[in-house]
Design a binder for this molecule. Sequence first.
Ligand code: URP
Ligand code: ZN
Ligand code: ZN
Ligand code: ZN
Length: 487
Amino acid sequence: MSKVIKNGTIVTADLQWKADVLIEGEHIAQIGENLSGDEVIDATDAYVIPGGIDPHTHLEMPFMGTTAHETFESGTFAAAAGGTTMLVDFVLPGEDGSLLNAIDDWDRKSRDQICTDISYHMAITGWNEKIFAEMEEVVHKRGINTFKHFMAYKGALMVEDDEMFASFRRCAELGALPLVHAENGDIVQELQQKYLAEGVTGPEGHAYSRPPEVEGEAANRAIMIADAAGCPLYIVHVSCEQAHEAIRRARQKGMRVYGEPLIQHLTLDETEYFNKDWQYAARRVMSPPFRNKMHQDSLWAGLAAGSLHVVATDHAAFSDEQKRMGVGDFTRIPNGTGGLEERMAMLWTKGVETGRLTPEEFVAVTSTNIAKILNMYPLKGGIMRGGHADLVVWDPGIHRTVSVATQKSIIDYNVFEGMELKAAPRYTLSRGEVIWAHGQNSQPRPGRGRFVSRPPFASASQALSKWKALNTPRKIERDPMNIPAGV
Ligand code: URP
Ligand code: ZN
Ligand code: ZN
Ligand code: ZN
């Protein structure tokens, strides 16, 4: 059974044109005019775009004394309904510290639940010989080429500079890409104690204790460590000008550094934490916190200018009850917000509809760029013969208002509640199967999603290791006659 998507305007990261897309099985078979197939999917007055890829989620994540309430089933359903056909979730080692056991654990949790494809990043939350050894199997046998390092969450997930340097060097050897959560965890902890001591116990204390400077310093430090280790670097949830400036500067020096702003930071600001309603403000507690307009403008400019590359969600969704763990002490509010279902439409509404982004840039930052960075392009992230038919018929004629009553997420609120979205998927296809059609009442089949294995040595990491090898400091050979006798 073949399918053909007809009469749409294809948008890729560099081009828009009118053409049909023929799908055979799971793959794109042909792109051209007047194609026919067994089944027709109508894209009249709509765009045909690569399925969204959200490279930053935490579904069912054990964190801060609880477990993120969004499941792999509800999270991937929300993703599909919003036009995202793949997400990359963070695997955190459990109490035994084993990376491999943690991956098994994530497989057990996700396997029967996912309706979209997924992949994993592996978190490095400490350093020892076992982790050093296991990293090789993670890359070569488990199909994971990315390792995440937390520079914050002191006493829990945080790693020190020497541990990060050791892990980054291992990444360089293995052709893997290190990721960082850039915030200075020591200073955050000091500031938290200061504000608590001053009686600031509400969610606003979360924002006060994580100022932009704390993020900028950590971003600069991570960039320096990656350069010394000889590997590229990907900075997650870039929220402020200070971190963006560090990335811009590094890139101008030829360093391969990538930046990932979140849809929440682009569209919600710090005043959310000053809301008189404790629960309203606590729902928005995440790290780094939302910033003011100057920072938001910087992030938008970075997406257009190419100094920031990917828009993600960091979907880490906790229920109202879980957020109430932090009543009387903001440091105990589980950190995280949602956005999987809204990411694409929010970015279109606030970006493309306003002229801040072109449709091509929208495709680049929601799908193509990350597929290249994670070394899975063009199987994912493009519209190309032979690639997976992960496609969205993207309809700017469908407008809707975000409401907890209609969302697919199982969380009891939505941080975008009441906002009007000016586009939606008419159809979402995952490997050739229509898993979501606008207005559909049923849910895509849990368990149909697959794990996507990603090989090491993406093109940028190969180029960088070649350059580093050519420019490595070398021993100077000297004639013994020119070396004075030692004392
Ligand atoms: O607040 C956040 N971002 N929660 C999820 C964990 C992380 O830092 O990515
Ligand atoms: Zn983080
Ligand atoms: Zn995260
Ligand atoms: Zn295939």
